[in-house]
Design a protein around this ligand. Structure first.
Ligand code: SF4
Ligand code: SF4
Length: 539
């Protein structure tokens, strides 16, 4: 059923005072979270945040580096930069995404099919500011006003009716960070338009022209990665220590000996992990090592700068940063002379390396083919190179489909083929596959915790995913004696689902666990003497 729109117009974006949306009406959650008191409350924004930053879109602040100008000169300078960036977006020489962007700007029929598909819009019960076309409408009006003859001459008569000041620019920038770039909206648009891509183009103006991007994705993301070797700040010596620790810990926990092969020249497979796995979920790289060794793969990890971190946050906000990171990763692979790169459990790394990098450099410049781990693992399951005892995984399991791997790359079946073989109680979420909902952490949200932004993730952008998890386990949800496992084969999705389960206390109250797919595979391996999951050991 179509939702009612709340009464905010695009022209309100330049309103001087107040919030455009107070986010006071969220979609209800299924049982048991339909009862009062189980959902955490929003943390109130501190008044001083609004003095320095923009919190006037909806009370949240994503771009922590976007400070309120102190003088008129500063504000004017910002306006000039914004308009220069807006103009550049529509110059062919500057933008490889010009055609889909132009089509999205020109041909919208305002049918709102995309709104009904957007999990943020649905979670906020049809709040106008989260409608996928809201931010694009603002962009369209500004472009018309400043760069078209009719807009310059006739102004508001042609729809070029938005005033440009700091508040307008800042709210538009914030609004580009209320979209997960999941492109579910693009999938349903009858005109083939892509509002997710347009949100990313707005982020580009802010980063590439105005030098404004959230600290976790830029200063502590791409910049840290290029400087230290990884977006977590994990340097080569720290990586070596960490890998040694993982080897020892895996042996102690499971009785299984592993040895990470490092910088092996000419290996068949260079495995790329999201470096966050080494620190936050060491059982994931350990599980890969167990599976690849058992399948007899000739593989290696790189310890070169950026060669041990598949992350590429640039694809969310900045073409130059994206290319710098991608090229450093391909260089590490070329130096080792490996036959192929295989990307582990990181969705945006899949998209950046497999389908994004071909817009950044030709195949000769890249030099090494790159693929997803999922078809390779499915093949090992199919051809019997890995042998399982599914009774070890005899608890309810559901699968989250990472948008970048599934909707945006079409890898849908391999993970299901694996789960059907190893998890007897596997059940799908609704909807799933290419129709899945984003976890709520896509496009950087998973790592963005400045000010109160974490609340937006756990209560708004992650809301539909949490509802899907509750529905998938509806029969067993309220029985804490039954382990329930959310399989999320992507580091960022996994982090977001961890945060959801913590915020709603779903692990503590109802024994909902989470992890990747390779951990579940290792837990089900016939050759393992002990459970791989600590939560099973405790039983
Ligand atoms: S579905 Fe497409 S045509 Fe319809 S409102 Fe959305 S972008 Fe416009
Ligand atoms: S890309 Fe996803 S989050 Fe962004 S507007 Fe479209 S459906 Fe909503």
């Amino acid at each position: 059923m179509a939702m009612e729109y709340k009464n905010v117009r695009t022209t309100d974006i330049s309103r001087r005072e107040g919030l455009l949306s107070a986010l006071d009406d969220l979609a209800p959650l299924p049982a048991p979270y339909d009862k009062n008191g189980l959902e955490p409350a929003f943390k109130d924004p501190k008044p001083e945040w609004a003095e320095t930053n923009c919190c006037s879109l909806d009370g949240f602040c994503a771009i922590d580096t976007m400070k309120r100008p102190e003088t008129q000169e500063e504000e004017d300078e910002l306006k000039v930069k914004f308009l220069k960036g807006l103009e550049k977006l529509f110059l062919d020489a500057n933008n490889k995404y010009l055609q889909p962007l132009s089509l999205t700007m020109e041909y919208c029929a305002k049918c709102n099919t995309c709104s009904e598909a957007c999990h943020v819009y649905k979670a906020a019960n049809g709040d106008e500011i989260y409608r996928p076309i809201f931010r694009v409408d603002v962009l369209r009006k500004l472009y018309k006003k400043y760069f078209t003859r009719s807009g310059k001459l006739l102004g508001s008569l042609t729809g070029a009716d938005i005033d440009l000041d700091w508040e307008t620019i800042a709210r538009l920038g914030e609004s580009a960070y209320r979209c997960n770039l999941c492109r579910r909206c693009a999938q349903v648009c009858p005109m083939g338009l892509d509002n997710g891509m347009a949100a990313r183009e707005i982020r580009k103006i802010f980063s590439m022209e105005m030098g404004l991007a959230p600290t976790p994705v830029h200063a502590k993301g791409t910049q840290l990665q290029l400087k230290t070797g990884s977006s977590t700040g994990l340097t080569r010596p720290a990586l070596l220590d960490t890998l040694e620790f993982i080897e020892e810990d895996t042996y102690e926990r499971t009785g299984r000996k592993i040895k990470f092969p490092l910088d092996k020249k000419g290996a068949d497979v260079l495995l790329f992990h999201n470096a966050g796995e080494f620190m936050a979920w060491p059982e994931n790289p350990a599980a890969f090592a167990i599976l690849l060794d058992e399948a007899g793969v000739d593989w290696t990890l790189s310890t070169d700068v950026v060669g041990y971190d598949s992350v590429n946050y640039g694809i969310w906000y900045d073409d130059v940063q994206a290319k710098n990171v991608a090229m450093a990763q391909f260089e590490a692979a070329r130096k080792l002379g490996v036959k192929r790169i295989v990307i582990g459990e990181c969705g945006h790394a899949h998209k950046a390396a497999v389908v994004g990098a071909d817009r950044m450099a030709d195949s000769e410049e890249r030099g090494v083919p790159v693929e997803s781990f999922l078809p390779m693992m499915a093949e090992f399951v199919r051809n019997g190179r890995l042998k399982f005892d599914p009774s070890k995984n005899d608890f309810p399991v559901t699968l989250h489909d990472p948008c970048n791997i599934v909707r945006q790359m079409g890898i849908v079946e391999p993970q299901r083929e694996i789960l059907r073989k190893i998890a007897p109680q596997f059940r799908e979420m609704t909807p799933h596959g290419v129709d899945n909902y984003c976890c709520g952490g896509g496009s950087g949200f998973a790592i963005m915790n400045s000010y109160n932004f974490g609340d937006f993730r756990t209560k708004v952008s992650g809301r539909m995913k949490f509802a899907q998890i509750l529905n998938a386990f509806a029969d067993e949800m309220e029985n804490p004696d039954i382990v329930k496992y959310v399989c999320a084969p992507c580091s960022n999705c996994k982090g977001t689902i961890r945060d959801l389960l913590q915020a709603y206390k779903a692990t503590a109250r109802y024994n909902v666990q989470y992890g990747g797919i390779v951990e579940l595979m290792v837990n089900g391996l016939a050759s393992m003497d002990r459970p791989y999951f600590e939560f099973l050991e405790a039983e």
